[in-house]
Design a protein. Sequence first.
Length: 132
Amino acid sequence: GKPMVNILFVNGDPTVRDMLKVALQQFKGFEGVFVDPGESLYHVAEGQYHVVFLEDVPGPAQTFEILEAMVQADRRLPAVVIAEEANINSFAHDRKRLNISAILRKPIDTVEVFKMLNRLREKVNAMDLTVA
């Protein structure tokens, strides 16, 4: 069969994590792991993900910290940052260095997110990187 697309979602709000988990279940072919920023570095280091979504909750400082750590650990994982309007510029400024592949502004346009996920799925299928 087709490979699963493995997504890591990092968000400091458990309610939002649960909501996203439910939303993702509507989509075939995606496997999501939803974690608090505190646990995210372990997941980034150990996990086999195709993409990581980072929401700036509780704040952008923590999101930057995770992105920095990913660069340090040489985890070349595409990162999608979901940010408040006020934080967008600071993420955009460091976009290249921090390997941010997209920045989405809140409130999130779910259609936009799922278009992005579908593009990702096509890429993963094309590369057929079956994750052990």
